[in-house]
Design a protein around this ligand. Structure first.
Ligand code: AGP
Length: 606
């Protein structure tokens, strides 16, 4: 994740900007920079690598302005070199950005045709020239930003300052979080409250779609439609940890809402979004020579692996054997030397998964692990590590780690397909584009969260809940059932929708809610038939789908509409509704959402 800071100060801000950026280092970055308003014009200093390189630059080329923005960059579009480091600027505006501007190519072409000169490979620069173009057309800074925001597609956060405006900064949040800090005659901007801790603990969290006009006297906040809104002032938790709940009631809620940002960050590690290709790190194994893959994991991580199986078999045409680690290790399956064994684990410490890794290693397998903790035991014992960049996951119920695991597996499936020639460059570009759109689509789902609160009331009365899905929605049905079980304590089971008539349909009556996960893909009609079997027996159907209600053909208790996504990428998107169903049901039930009974975040015992 990139880090954003901004200060409207009463003294030179350069040093404080760098100090604030240092508190965001935990996000990971490969370059950094600041920009300030110096006697009416914009100046910037940038450096590759760590913040100390930027500090060295500032020692020899100091900045004294009282208005400034800063950024730590994790490269998404364009290599991690100084030229692509933020802030980006024209003679009128300077911008720092976190996230993805999906339509930047179209904007770049349009603005280039209008005479703007682009100097970098970044998507961010399109924002610079879009705002500049508005000001060149006579708009003031605020109107130019308002107009530009209406043209941007994607999941992003922005901080913007302007030449000739010493008491003005504009912030915008669309998918990546932003916090405003209130000081004495000063105002601050940060990707989270941690960055602002040295200056203030009085925070306003921007909501999804908000944008704000900051002056030293305070902030005016507007919603997506441009209407003025009020957001509460809160006291940030002075947390010794590098994590806090932000403006969420639970860590699980915060982590569900972080998914647009952390998925962008994880995808950026495996894709060249500018080129529309995978950019997979070397695994120490020739991907073209991989003829067999085994996957082993536990719980939610296992369900991620199960989706990975469908993807790798469908895209790369490689047979994949998968099993839960606690079964795999004792089954001791025969393994042909030279196979690729994949292990998926958020903590990287799960005992069963580690034991299975050691079995596979002892049997000549190439070991690759998808982990969220790069220093973990599983990572250290692997030949290759494929990190999920979800950041610390505190809630026991795994959410953002799950979708980041899916992100890595999706990129691996594409990389294997390209290496083996089972997909061509055009198909690769199509699949990469499908993944790039997911952060924005998840942001859309997260904007409609209140419908889940109503649904939670109904689900809380249930004794049993079924989850149904086909294809890559089948592992999501298993994951959805696990999420509900583990945090609300309501019994739930996931089934392949086609399995219903082979026994589970005996459970169906008007007291059994059935959650059906059904993107409008090649299996949709089949799943609709299963739904009609449920409806005919009085089952209460909760459909999660992008399909129009008119296409459903039976009575629904609830229809959770999801934006349309490429069939390949639907597991990443549909994970969020099933997380929200479980979360709001648990909140309604009053259980301990972040620390459910009997559970541990990492099961380091067998
Ligand atoms: C997920 O919500 C659960 N907390 C649990 O199933 C978890 O996924 C499993 O224990 C595996 O943990 P790991 O990913 O750290 O290996």
């Amino acid at each position: 994740m990139c880090g954003i800071v901004g200060i409207l100060g009463t003294k030179a801000v350069a040093t404080d900007l760098v100090d604030a950026l240092r508190r965001l280092e935990y996000r990971g970055y490969d370059s950094a920079g600041i920009a300030t308003v110096e006697n009416g014009h914009l100046e910037r200093r940038r450096a590759e690598g760590k913040l100390r390189n930027l500090e060295t630059r500032l020692l020899t080329e100091p900045l004294t302005g009282r208005t400034g923005i800063g950024h730590t960059r994790w490269a998404t579009h364009g290599r991690p070199v100084e030229r692509n480091a933020h802030p980006h600027m024209s003679d009128r505006v300077s911008v720092v950005h976190n996230g993805i501007i999906e339509n930047y190519r179209d904007l770049k072409a349009e603005l280039t045709a209008r005479g703007h000169t682009f100097e970098t490979d970044t998507d961010t620069e399109a924002v610079v020239h879009l705002v500049t173009d508005g000001m060149q057309q006579g708009l003031g800074p605020i109107e130019a930003v308002r107009a530009a925001l209406g043209r941007l597609e994607g999941a992003f956060a922005l901080g913007i300052i302007f030449a000739g405006h010493d008491d003005l900064m504009i912030a915008a949040r669309q998918g990546s979080p932003l916090a405003l800090g209130h000081g004495t005659g000063e105002m601050y901007l940060g990707s989270d409250a941690i960055a602002l801790a040295p200056f203030t603990d009085t925070i306003t969290y921007l909501e999804e779609g908000d944008w704000a006009v900051l002056r030293r006297t305070g902030a005016e906040i507007y919603d997506r439609a441009g209407a003025r809104v009020e957001r509460p002032l809160v006291k940030a938790v002075a947390s010794a940890l590098l994590v806090d709940k932000g403006n969420h009631r639970h860590f699980m809620a915060k982590e569900i809402h972080e998914q647009p940002e952390v998925i962008s960050h994880t995808l950026a590690n495996y894709l060249d979004m500018a080129a529309g290709t995978v950019n997979f790190p070397p695994l120490g194994i020739d991907l073209a020579s991989v003829s067999r893959v085994t996957i082993s994991a536990c719980g939610t991580a296992y369900y991620a692996g199960l989706v990975g199986k469908y993807w790798i078999e469908r895209i790369a045409r490689i047979p994949v054997e998968i099993d839960t680690a606690s079964e795999f290790r004792y089954r001791e399956p025969p393994l042909s030397p030279g196979g690729l064994s994949l292990f998926v684990s958020q903590s990287g410490e799960t005992a069963d998964t580690l034991a299975t890794l050691r079995y596979c290693k002892a049997n000549g397998q190439r070991i690759a692990s998808i982990v969220n903790v790069r220093t973990s035991t599983i990572a250290r014992e692997s030949h290759a590590v494929l990190p999920t960049l979800a950041g610390p996951e505190i809630g026991v119920a795994s959410t953002k780690a799950f979708t980041c695991q899916l992100s890595v597996l999706a990129c691996l499936a594409i990389a294997l397909g390209r290496a083996r020639g089972t997909i061509d460059a055009a198909q690769e570009a199509e699949l990469v584009k499908a993944l790039t759109e997911i952060p924005r689509l998840i942001s859309t789902v997260l904007r409609n969260e209140d419908e889940y609160e109503k649904l939670a009331h109904e689900l809380s009365k249930a004794r049993d809940v079924l989850y149904l899905g086909r294809g890559t929605s089948y592992p999501l049905a298993l994951e959805g059932a696990l999420k509900l079980k583990e945090i609300s304590y309501i019994h739930a089971e996931g089934y392949g929708a086609g399995e219903l008539k082979h026994g589970p349909i005996a459970l169906i009556d008007e007291n059994v809610p059935v959650v059906v996960i059904a993107p409008e893909d090649e299996l949709f009609e089949k799943t609709m038939s299963n739904m009609q079997e449920v409806a005919a027996r009085g089952g209460q159907i909760i459909l999660v789908s992008d399909a129009e209600s008119s296409k459903v053909g039976c009575r629904l208790a609830t229809h959770i509409r999801v934006p349309k996504a490429h069939p390949f990428a639907t597991p990443l998107l549909y994970a969020v509704p099933i997380q929200l169903i479980a979360y709001h049901t648990a909140v309604f039930m009053g259980t301990d959402v972040d620390q459910p009974r009997n559970l541990a975040k990492s099961v380091t015992v067998e």
